[in-house]
Design a binder for this molecule. Structure first.
Ligand code: 3PY
Ligand code: MG
Length: 258
C-alpha cells in the first residue's frame, strides 16, 4: 500500500493532473490505475459514485500509487469524513458559499485541535500502511487535503476568508457553476472571457494564503492556462468523454469514422 502523497506534491508546487470519474465501476478505475493520470477524482455530486463504489474503487488506485480524491454530494460533509476514513488523499466539497459552510466542512474532515473529525479511520490506516492510531492522528490533518469549491459570486467575494480558515487546505474552481453565477444565469461557459480574471484571482487568493489551488478544466486545452494562473490540482477530462473520444479515434484509425 502507498502513503499519502498529494499534500507533499502540492507543497512542492508540483502539478497533479486528475481524471474526473463519474462511472462507478471498479473495473474502469483499474484502467485508470494502470494509465497516465496522476490522480482520480470520484464524483459523488453529479457523477454516479456512491459510498460502495468509493470504498471499493480506491483500492486499485491506492495500490498503484495514484492520488485518490472524492467530490462529495452537496452539503454532505459526513461523506467527506467517510471518504477519508476509507483512505482518500483529498476531499472536494462543492458550493462552499459561506464561512459557516467552510467551517462545517473543515470540522468534519480535520481532527482536533483543528476540527472535530470523529475517529474511525481503521481502513485508512490499513490502506496507507500506518501503524497505530496515535501516529495516524498526528499526521492525518497534514497528509489529507480539503478543497472548498468556489463556484458562486458569494464564494468569490469571501474567498480570502475561506482560504484563511485553518484546516481548509485549498480552493477549487468549478468553472461551469461559476460561469452561471458570473453571467447571472445567462449562460454556462467555463471559457467565459470576462470571468477569466476572477478565475486567476481564485488561484492567487489560495496561494497567497499559503493554500493550494485546484480547478476543473472543462477542456484539456485549457489546462496550461490554469497552470499558468497557479492552479496545481487540475481535472483534465471526464471518464465518459475519454471513452467517447477513444471510440471515435479507434474507428477513425480503422478507416470507419462514424
Ligand atoms: C463546475 O464546473 O461547476 C464543477 O463543479 C466541475 O465539476
Ligand atoms: Mg459545480
Amino acid at each position: 500500500m502507498h502513503e499519502y502523497t498529494l499534500a507533499d506534491r502540492l507543497a512542492a508546487d508540483e502539478t497533479v493532473l486528475t481524471v474526473w470519474s463519474s462511472i462507478p465501476e471498479t473495473g474502469l478505475l483499474e484502467q485508470f490505475a494502470l494509465g497516465p493520470f496522476d490522480a482520480v477524482t470520484m464524483d459523488m455530486q453529479h457523477g454516479g459514485h456512491h459510498i460502495e463504489s468509493v470504498l471499493n474503487g480506491m483500492v486499485p488506485l491506492i495500490k498503484a500509487g495514484k492520488v485518490v480524491a472524492v467530490r462529495v454530494p452537496l452539503g454532505d460533509f459526513g461523506t467527506a469524513s467517510r471518504a477519508l476514513d476509507f483512505g482518500a488523499d483529498a476531499v472536494v466539497a462543492p458550493m462552499i458559499n459561506s464561512v459557516e459552510d467552510a467551517i462545517a466542512f473543515r470540522d468534519a474532515v480535520k481532527y482536533p485541535p483543528v476540527g472535530g473529525r470523529s475517529w474511525g479511520a481503521s481502513r485508512a490506516l490499513q490502506m496507507r500502511g500506518v501503524t497505530g492510531g496515535p501516529a495516524f492522528l498526528k499526521s492525518a490533518n497534514a497528509k489529507t487535503v480539503s478543497f472548498a469549491m468556489i463556484e458562486t459570486r458569494e464564494a468569490f467575494e469571501i474567498a480570502e476568508e475561506i482560504a484563511a480558515i485553518d484546516g481548509i487546505d485549498g480552493l477549487f474552481l468549478g468553472p461551469s457553476d461559476f460561469s452561471i453565477a458570473w453571467s447571472g444565469g445567462a449562460t454556462v461557459d467555463p471559457a467565459l472571457s470576462d470571468m477569466q480574471e476572477a478565475v486567476a484571482r481564485i488561484a492567487e487568493v489560495a496561494r497567497s494564503a499559503g493554500k493550494h489551488a485546484g480547478a476543473f478544466a472543462a477542456n484539456p486545452a485549457t489546462v496550461q492556462q490554469y497552470v499558468e494562473s497557479g492552479f496545481r490540482f487540475i481535472s483534465v477530462a471526464m471518464d465518459f468523454t475519454i471513452i467517447a473520444e477513444g471510440q471515435k479515434s479507434v474507428m477513425a484509425a480503422a478507416g470507419a469514422a462514424r
